[in-house]
Structures are given as C-alpha cells and as structure tokens.
Write a protein that binds this ligand. Structure first.
Ligand code: SF4
Length: 449
C-alpha cells in the first residue's frame, strides 16, 4: 500500500499556523505524509480565517475547485476547520460547503485520526485521542524559531471581531506545559520564541504555583516572560498580540530582560476615541499614547508596530484624520491596515451600519499605506552606520544594488527589521552582528562584523 498523503492549506494568523503544525503532528502520527500535489492527496484540509469576508470567499472558491478531484477520486477526504467552522453557530457556512466531509472547530482536531479511520479504514487506524489539542506538540519546520501558543480565545468582544465566536472565550495553557515546550525547543537548538495569544499579555496561569520563588513580578504575563528568560539557549523572545489594557509597568519592565526583542506589536485600531468606543476597545487614544511613552522611556529605540482598521461603521473623515495624527505621533515601524468589512455574528454587524463606501475605505487605506512607507523609509535611515543583531532565517540568491545576482543571508534584527548581508555560507540559525550601510523601506543591508 502506498503512503497516504495530505495537502494542508493554512490561512490567517500565526495562531492558525501553529494549529496547523499540531494537525501535522496528528496526521504524520497516523502515517500520512505531506504533499504539494493536490491530485495525489488522500486528504485535503483547509485551516480557515474569518477575519475578512474575502478570506472566507477564497475558501468557498477553493473548495468548489476541489470538486473535480473528488469526481476523479470519490474516496478523497476534504476537510475544513479553523475560524469558519468555529463561528458557524447556525450552520449557514456549512451549507455552502456540501462537498466537505470533515468540518470542525479547531479545538476538535484531536478527533481527526478517529474520523479519518472511520472514513478510510484502509488508510488509518484510530490512534489515541488527546483530550486537549494544545497538548499536541506542533510539528515545526524551523528549528531555530518557534511560535508557542499560551492561550486561545478572547474575552474582549471588540465589536468588529469574530475571534471570541470562532475560538471561544479565553483559555490559558498551564504554565508547566508552556515552559516544558520552551525547554524542549531550547534543547533542540531553538533560539527564538514568540509567545502567541489573542490578548497574550492577559495571560493568567491556571497553575501559578509553578512560578519560581525568586520570580520578581506579580502580573502573570510579566512572570511568564521572566521564566522564559531563565531558560538556557533562548536568546530572543517576543510576543503577539498584546492588548493595551494589559500593558502595565511590570510587563514593560519584563521587556527589558535580556532575551526580549526590541520590538512590540501593539494593536490600536483607530486614533479616534469615539470610534474606539464603538469598537469596544475599552481604551482611549491618550491611554495608548501613555503606554507608548512608557515603553520608549524604558526601552529607548524600541520599534513599534500596530493594526489599524479604516472605514469602521460611522467613521467620519475627521475621525479618520485622527488616526493619521496618531500615526504621525507614534511613527510606527510597521502597521497592518484593514478596510472594515462586516462579519456576521458580531455586535458591529447587529448594531451599526457599514456606511463608509468602498472607494472611501480604499482611499483611507492608501493614505495610511503611503504614510507607513514614507515613515518607515525615513526611520530606517537612522540604522545606517549602526550595528544590528540578526537571526539568520534563510539563504538565497537575490539581485544586489549593482544588478548582479549574489548569495545573501536574510533575517530579522531585534527591531524586526528584515536585514540581509552577503554570504556564501547559509548560516541559518546563527545570530550575527551586521553593520548597516544601506536602508530601504523594507530592507536593511549590511556586512557582518
Ligand atoms: S482583543 Fe478584540 S480584536 Fe483582539 S481577538 Fe479579542 S475581540 Fe478580537
């Protein structure tokens, strides 16, 4: 019998990617191997994202295109999981996917081996079914950098967001499990950890007795940062995404510990208090700016990223201008811009009118995009002549300034600036000091010192 094959497609955030790594562990545990060739697959699995309607529409289109494979090979299993299945309380999404055999919220992935064995007993036997999917070790492709989920779900119910519906309320992983995973990764040669959670800094350990006696902090997330800092081999630590409401002084202080990167991604979504109120963000622009000030005071030179939504229900041109103002004040190093789109099931969908036209949303998006490019280009010039510490992630041949193709190492600096330097050797996983001689908007270039 030939080895059964799966084709796994992942959309969305790092959390989804981490969940897909867990599903890979399960699938390879029952003898499946991955394939890029859809026509060779015995199982096609899509891990979906619901953040925007376009992300869901892409899945409908993709599943439709799989019908022809199913016609040729009726025993082919097609599965859909992730946020679309998670938020589909009334089954309306499921109805639009008649060709799908397996349809489940991500937390039910533990049943995957059992379901596959039921559908295709010729391919798999039922394995052990784990109770908690977060206890499944993700199968990681990259040995030097790892994403570690510390919580799932969210209690915040921002009015535009589907996450609390798709992933449920906040659930924190035991500290013991998190630290064990990080220790194991460090032993395998991992040097960089990114802690993942929807509001990662609201982390509350269900087993607080596991914190070390000498841990100096009180707030659980700050305590967790301290614990990870004690693990030998972890040289770079980062987290995403924090919520402004939990960015207290202890968290900021813990970010000065040696492993922490010189970067924070702190979503703000809007620069206008009335819009923030309607978004149910539960913080003001002034509170956000106060956090930025405290961060910059404590960690000089920290690079700052954010998320912004344009065209939220009722957002006037004046209110959008306040977002532009906020952007100019903070001078973000990175910013992800979304044009608001209504998501069924959310409070914004029920309570507000999506009344900003598509053209206006696009215009506002372009304004922010242009501002980002200009700001980042200008800010990056300050790196010229400076030395940054880079974790090498890939080695590839690319075009150099003089137009010739050359071999480069690429990786992020501690400020999360993509940096490259010439190198014949791949050096992947090395942390190297690079003196910058050229800065573009999305790339720093330098030489190893
Ligand atoms: S904090 Fe708000 S935007 Fe972030 S996941 Fe929770 S509800 Fe969604």
């Amino acid at each position: 019998m030939s080895i059964p094959k799966y084709h796994l497609i992942t959309y969305g955030c790092q959390m989804n990617k981490n969940d897909s790594e867990r599903m890979e562990t399960l699938l390879q545990g029952i003898g499946f191997e991955p394939t890029d060739q859809i026509e060779q697959s015995d199982l096609i699995l899509i891990n979906t994202c619901s953040v925007r309607q376009t992300a869901e529409d892409r899945v409908y289109g993709q599943v439709r295109s799989f019908q022809k494979f199913k016609k040729q090979k009726p025993e082919l299993i097609i599965g859909v999981t992730g946020c679309m299945a998670g938020r589909d309380r009334d089954g309306l999404i499921r109805k639009k996917l008649p060709v799908v055999d397996l349809y489940f919220p991500i937390s039910d992935m533990t049943q995957l081996p059992k379901w596959i064995a039921e559908l295709r007993p010729d391919l798999a036997n039922t394995g052990d079914v784990q109770e908690d999917y977060l206890k499944i070790n993700p199968l990681r492709g990259n040995l030097h950098q790892a994403f570690v989920s510390i919580q799932t779900g969210c209690n915040n119910f921002c009015t535009y967001c589907v996450v609390p519906f798709a992933r449920g309320l906040e659930k924190n992983r035991p500290l013991q499990d998190i630290l064990q995973e990080v220790r194991q990764l460090a032993q395998q040669g991992c040097v960089e950890i990114t802690l993942l959670g929807q509001t990662v800094n609201s982390y509350q350990a269900p087993d607080p007795e596991q914190f070390s006696k000498e841990n100096p902090y009180k707030q659980h997330f700050a305590k967790l940062l301290w614990e990870v800092n004690q693990i030998q081999g972890i040289k770079r630590l980062h987290f995403t995404a924090p919520h402004p409401n939990h960015m207290d002084d202890e968290v900021i202080d813990a970010m000065t510990l040696p492993a922490h990167l010189n970067y924070i991604h702190l979503p703000v979504q809007s620069g206008d208090n009335e819009v923030l109120r309607r978004m149910n963000r539960r913080h003001t622009v002034e509170q956000y700016l106060d956090i930025i000030e405290r961060l910059q005071k404590k960690i000089p030179g920290i690079a700052i990223g954010t998320d912004l939504i344009v065209g939220f229900c009722g957002e006037t041109k004046e209110q959008f201008e306040k977002t532009v103002e906020l952007f100019k004040k903070v001078e973000f190093d990175m910013s992800y811009h979304a044009q608001y789109s209504t998501r069924s099931g959310t409070a914004a969908c029920r309570a507000f009118l999506d009344d900003v036209s598509r053209e206006e949303k696009r215009r506002r998006w372009n304004v922010l995009q242009d501002l980002l490019i200009k700001t980042v280009f200008e800010k990056n010039q300050a790196y010229v002549g400076k030395t940054v510490s880079v974790l090498v992630e890939r080695h590839q041949t690319s075009r150099s300034e003089d137009g010739n193709m050359k071999d480069y190492c690429y990786g992020n600096s501690r400020e999360m600036k993509l940096t490259r330097f010439l190198s014949e050797q791949p050096r992947i996983g090395d942390i190297v000091e690079v003196k910058i001689f050229r800065a573009d908007k999305w790339l720093l270039e330098g030489e190893v010192i």
